[in-house]
Design a protein around this ligand. Structure first.
Ligand SMILES: [Fe+2]
Length: 401
């Protein structure tokens, strides 16, 4: 039974002496309470004289955008605001924000918000210097020109977009979500101030927190997991297991919000080099078309069933996850402990109020075939610890209908 950190990392190694790559993470991270107050200094450090803030209208109501504007004004930095980012960012939102940036001749992008706002800000930074539509850059490593500098300020602990090589955007032409992945999409600076997450309501805190847990679990158990990503992922699992319940119950608990923002960031740092697994393969089509279910809700609901399917394929890793989440596994063998990961994840989801049925979001039997067909095309299937057949994915979905 893995107990030390070294054991937990070893539980993730495919073979002794594994060769691996951990790609560069050139994001200058400033983390902690009060970090946002330094916004203007960091915008100056990026070298631009004019900035554009990219956010959504919901966040406007929290007062944080007004505060950010005050900080820029106090330093004499002219700025424009694009606050029309939709709940799921879209090709048209990226194009509109790029047009606003060009009109204003902004040289630095400041993304403030949840995953959608930050993914948009990163995409705008790239599309300011690359021709065409963001949809032309689908997939991995298709962006040629260096983007404008981008400062990302997360207001939710979930997507980890502030350290992610990915932006997820919905194509307005096809109504389907797609990912653009590139080292060039990484922001120049991440300002991670846990106080900006205080206003996130309990249901969104739960769903985004379960998204972060899914990144960590799917990265830790990925076939491409390696020692550095594994240490970040298992650390994230411990943090989220310890802090998510409190963050949902008491949104102003400073330790819980700090732990969750740190955990979500570490999970994404791990995921950059490993990709995810079945839950995220299914999440793309389930967040597209006429379904458009909230991403964190999808992966948070799927994760226990995905873990039930996977745990026998990598018992050491799932035993380590069970222990990291505080499951009662002392004295058990690895094989006995691994299934406890299912219960630990299920209990956490239930405690924070995750929904249990996709049917309540309009999903019907007729959706299952097309969703599974699309999910099977995902690269996340290739790295999942157990190779699924389409019927396995159908079974996972039917248990949650
Ligand atoms: Fe996710």
């Amino acid at each position: 039974m893995p107990s030390s950190t070294a054991d937990k990392i070893s539980a993730c190694l495919a073979t002794e002496g594994q060769q691996f790559n951990f790609p560069p993470l050139p994001v200058d991270i400033h983390f902690g309470y009060g970090a946002f107050a330094d916004l203007a200094r960091h915008v100056r450090r990026c070298g631009g004289k004019k900035a554009i803030i990219i956010t959504d209208r919901g966040l406007r109501r929290t007062g944080w955008i007004d505060y950010g504007e005050e900080l820029l004004r106090a330093e004499g930095i002219p700025y424009a605001v694009y606050d029309d980012v939709p709940e799921n960012s879209s090709t048209s939102a990226v194009a509109a924000a790029v047009a606003r940036l060009r009109d204003f001749k902004a040289e630095v992008i400041v993304g403030i918000g949840g995953g959608s706002a930050l993914d948009t800000a990163k995409a705008v930074a790239a599309m300011a210097t690359n021709p065409g539509s963001v949809a032309d850059y689908k997939g991995l490593n298709n962006i040629d020109c260096d983007p404008l500098p981008c400062v990302c300020v997360p207001t939710a602990a979930g997507t980890g977009s502030e350290v992610s090589i990915w932006s997820v955007i919905t194509d307005d032409q096809t109504n389907a979500k797609f990912g653009v992945g590139s080292q060039k999409l990484l922001p120049r600076i991440a300002l991670c101030d846990p106080e900006l997450t205080f206003g996130l309501p309990p249901a969104l805190t739960a769903a985004t927190g379960m998204d972060a847990l899914s990144h960590a679990v799917e990265s830790y158990t990925s076939k491409e997991s390696q020692p550095i990503s594994a240490s970040l992922a298992i650390g994230a699992i411990e943090l989220i297991g310890r802090h998510l319940r409190t963050a949902v119950i008491d949104g102003t608990n400073r330790a819980a919000r700090y732990g969750m923002l740190l955990g979500s960031m570490m999970a994404l740092m791990a995921m950059n080099s490993t990709r995810c697994g079945i839950a995220h393969a299914l999440a793309m089509p389930m967040g597209s078309g006429d379904l458009r279910i909230h991403h964190g809700t999808i992966v948070g609901m799927l994760l226990p069933e995905v873990t039930r399917f996977n745990h026998m394929a990598a018992p050491e890793r799932y035993a380590a996850i069970a222990r990291a989440m505080g499951a009662p596994v002392a004295g058990l063998t690895v094989e006995e402990a691994a299934p406890h990961a299912v219960g630990a994840i299920q209990d956490l989801g239930a405690d924070v109020g995750m929904p249990s049925r996709f049917s309540q979001f309009g999903m019907r039997e007729a959706h299952i075939g097309p969703v599974v067909q699309a999910a099977m095309q995902s690269d996340n299937i290739r790295v999942n610890p157990r190779t699924p057949e389409p019927t396995d994915l159908e079974g996972i979905l039917r248990r949650l209908m």
